[in-house]
Design a protein around this ligand. Structure first.
Ligand code: NAD
Ligand code: TYD
Length: 335
């Protein structure tokens, strides 16, 4: 099967390709614009594989997309490509709507014209908004996104489902919770805190640190995407989560403990505007229907992830200069 994977040089997409490329029955075409978040180093170990092709390009470029669909006759599309960071979306939202909404529209239009067998839209639990202390997001929870990032993802979800409803396009949506693992760009909570702690820099915790996220190891997410590709029912939404709710401050403390660094490094900083309080996923639908189960224990995989960042200083050393430093100074001040 010919699979178009978009955004395959980013965190989750590159982990997906590194995992999925080992199957004999797939040819993977990775289309990525290589924004600040795209990194071909993530794919070093597989770039020579005969069933892997990289194409640098923008999902918003309809001529390019048309050309690629004509040339490679994709059977499947997995759309990971996105602007993905909430804080950047608060600093400026335009590129979020361009890539996440217009880009998805370009892909859906092409998928419709070229009769793909399945189009997987990789979405997020953030489209549901924020939870109170006890309930869970199910696939029936109303969409109530609060950030420019999550509202752009929600718009793309609704559009994708409308292509199924109107044209019969075989769309499936996945909504996963917060991922962690190797190759995650250091703007996100876990790698940011690991790298700052390794560099004895302050760890900026927003607000009171009591916001809750539901964490999943990236490989567990990608195994779910594989199952959705094989067996997911079209027109459906599948929530993906490992029932691992953690307060931000508890994660930061675990990282400090593992690195044997002092709690004094923690600095409570101004809260993120519109900061969602709690996310938590009910993943019983994908578990019952498709037989998915998370296979990873949080503390174990978090410690493995920390070890990965300790052992891959070269990978992140290149990233935290230049554009990243500029972003960091704007986001956090010159601390
Ligand atoms: P990421 O920011 O690490 O990677 C995004 C990739 O998309 C990068 O390689 C980037 O170069 C590429 N890209 C951006 N704009 C593009 C464009 N216009 N054309 C082609 N390529 C483009 O993101 P991630 O964390 O790997 O997230 C991947 C997907 O999973 C996103 O759709 C995101 O919304 C979703 N998601 C992420 C999480 C998470 O915890 N990170 C959780 C749930 C869902
Ligand atoms: P993040 O990794 O940006 O994911 P998301 O906002 O998409 O859930 O943030 C995870 C949580 O960590 C979120 O509640 C915001 C918080 N956070 C901080 O406290 N400090 C930081 O520097 C960052 C990046 C996040």
């Amino acid at each position: 099967m010919n699979i178009l994977v978009t955004g395959g040089a980013g965190f989750i997409g590159s982990n997906f390709i590194n995992y999925f490329i080992n199957r004999d029955d797939v040819l993977i075409y990775n289309l990525d614009k290589l924004t600040y978040a795209g990194n071909l180093d993530n794919l070093k170990s597989i770039r020579e594989k005969r069933n892997y092709t990289f194409i640098k390009g923008d999902i918003c470029n309809s001529e390019l997309i048309d050309y690629l669909f004509t040339k490679y006759k994709f059977d499947y599309v997995i759309n990971f490509a996105a602007e993905s960071h909430v804080d950047r979306s608060i600093l400026g939202s335009e590129i979020f709507f361009r890539t996440n909404v217009i880009g998805t529209n370009v892909l859906l239009e092409a998928a419709k014209r070229f009769d793909v067998k399945k189009f997987i839209q990789i979405s997020t639990d953030e489209v549901y908004g924020s939870l109170g202390p006890t309930d869970l997001f199910t696939e029936k929870t109303n969409l109530s996104p609060n950030s420019p990032y999550s509202s752009s993802k929600a718009a793309a979800d609704i559009m994708a489902l409308s292509f199924h409803h109107t044209y019969g396009l075989p769309v499936v949506i996945t909504r996963c919770s917060n991922n962690y693992g190797q190759f995650q760009f250091p703007e996100k909570l876990i790698p940011l805190m690991i790298i700052n702690a390794l560099n004895d820099k302050k760890l900026p915790v927003y607000g009171d640190g009591l916001n809750v996220r539901d964490w999943i190891y990236v490989l567990d997410h990608n195994r779910a995407v594989e199952l959705v590709l094989e067996k997911g029912r079209v027109g459906e939404v599948y929530n993906i989560g490992a029932s691992c709710e953690m307060r931000n401050i508890d994660i930061v403390n675990l990282i400090l403990k593992k690195l044997e660094k002092d709690e004094d490094l923690i600095e409570f900083v101004k809260d993120r505007p519109g900061h969602d309080k709690r996310y938590a996923i009910d993943s019983s639908k994908i578990q019952t229907e498709l037989g998915w189960k998370p296979q990873t224990l949080f503390e174990h995989a978090l410690y493995e992830t920390i070890d990965w960042y300790i052992n891959n200083k070269e990978w992140w050393g290149k990233i935290i200069t230049g554009e990243y430093q500029k972003y960091y100074d704007i986001q956090y001040g010159n601390s």
